[in-house]
Design a protein around this ligand. Structure first.
Ligand code: PMP
Length: 401
């Protein structure tokens, strides 16, 4: 018998497990709307032209494969904070941002969680939206950081439960951390308005809460990289110190390259220097130093005026394709089932639509129609094209009727 006989089987991941089941499915009509990964109109993975151009430059320069410093590639660290705050932002000029390149969004959040566990007072709780991306709970729980939900989604209005959110954050103990999605909330596609963001920032100030932004979809809400950084910029401009985890999986399509950063915007340079030293101390025994290739790509693009401009156009193209299939899906649903209100489909933004399908209805989508999606009722519109809209609409109607 194995010494590991008592190791229980772990359940499949609720999101990546969907892709595994999709791969096993032999139905030719099958459709994968599970994972939030961008697909072109032929539903094939897409490599951005700017990424190919940046890679050509990198290969031509014949670079080596030495270790990066623990904190990552300097040109990437500059690029990532420029993208977040806007080049020339006072916080950058004052040198009061601690930036460490880390393993995409997930690894950056995890380093952030480790930082909270070690340097914030014992028992500090992280408040996460209900619902949220499924991995948030694991990331904090695995670092022994306590987490609680704040109200976020109102199923009746298919919108933001702003009143509930404010009540819950007002009731949070001073010093708590509030995890906020920078834009294009996953899974709901519902973001606060500009005024609501301002009120949340003021509340964080009043109640001494520490905002922690998860920025995984910059560019996918409006198609505009600057507009999508509105919330973190507003908080910093209001004088709040913030933690930020950034991911380049979606907006540069660098999923497998694990490109991201964990940053802390502080109120003075000295605090930033000390925070960076501790972020490095946390990363060293976790993974030593981050990978090189994807960081070089992101740095080439953001630091080069011409490539950056080209990226903005490609970003707009990806966001635009998603917005178009959103419109087509809503129109198809309205045509086939006019007595139901389907307006939520185009009111929601980003990669996802939160359909309100129950777990049993999701099972019907998958088992009867070979449409793969997470059991919370979320569909990734990045995995949909015009040719499949009718099929999806009919399956949704069959499942809710
Ligand atoms: N945060 C959110 C809200 C996400 O949806 C994702 C990706 N699904 C991530 C973080 C992290 O993704 P990655 O580790 O690929 O950057």
């Amino acid at each position: 018998a194995s010494r590991f006989a008592d190791v229980a089987q772990a359940p499949p991941d609720p999101i990546l497990g969907v892709s595994e089941a999709f791969k096993r499915c032999t139905d030719p009509k099958k459709l994968n709307l599970g994972v939030g990964a961008y697909r072109d109109e032929n539903l094939k993975p897409m490599v951005l032209d700017v990424v190919r151009k940046a890679e050509a430059k990198i290969f031509a320069a014949n670079k080596d494969h030495e270790y990066l410093p623990i904190e990552g590639l300097d040109t990437f660290r500059k690029a990532t904070i420029d993208l977040l705050l806007g080049a020339g932002h006072p916080a950058i000029k004052d040198d009061r941002v601690a930036v460490i390149q880390s393993l995409s969004g997930t690894g950056s959040l995890r380093v952030g969680a480790a930082f909270i566990a070690r340097f914030l007072p014992k028992g500090t709780t992280v408040y996460i939206s209900n619902p949220t991306w499924g991995n948030h709970r694991n990331i904090f729980a695995d670092e022994n950081v306590e987490w609680k939900y704040y109200r976020y989604f109102d199923a009746d209005t298919v919108g933001l439960d702003f009143k509930g959110m404010v009540e819950d954050l007002k009731a949070a103990p001073a010093g708590s951390v509030v995890l906020l999605h920078g834009c294009a909330h996953n899974p709901t596609g519902v973001d606060p308005t500009a005024d609501q963001w301002a009120a949340i920032a003021d509340l964080c100030k009043e109640r001494n809460l520490l905002p922690f932004f998860d920025v995984a979809y910059q560019g996918f809400a409006t198609g505009d990289l600057d507009k999508d950084a509105f919330a973190p910029r507003l908080f910093v401009d209001k004088g709040l110190e913030v933690m930020v985890a950034q991911s380049y999986s979606k907006n540069l399509g660098l999923y497998g390259e694990r490109v991201g950063a964990m940053s802390i915007v502080t109120s003075d340079k000295d605090a930033a220097t000390r925070c960076l030293s501790q972020l490095k101390r946390l990363a060293r025994p976790l993974y030593s130093n981050p990978p090189t290739h994807g960081a070089r790509i992101a740095a080439e693009i953001v630091n080069d005026q011409e490539l950056f401009t080209e990226w903005k156009a490609e970003m707009m193209g990806m966001a635009g394709r998603i917005a178009r299939v959103r419109g087509e899906l809503q129109a198809a649903l309205e045509a086939k089932y006019p007595s139901k209100d389907w307006s939520f489909v185009t009111r929601q933004i980003g990669m996802f639509s939160f359909t309100g399908l129950t777990p049993a209805q999701v099972d019907n989508m998958t088992n009867k129609h070979a449409i793969y999606m997470t059991r919370d009722g979320r569909i990734s519109l990045a995995g949909l094209n015009s040719a499949k809209v009718d099929y999806l609409a009919e399956a949704m109607i069959d499942s809710v009727r």
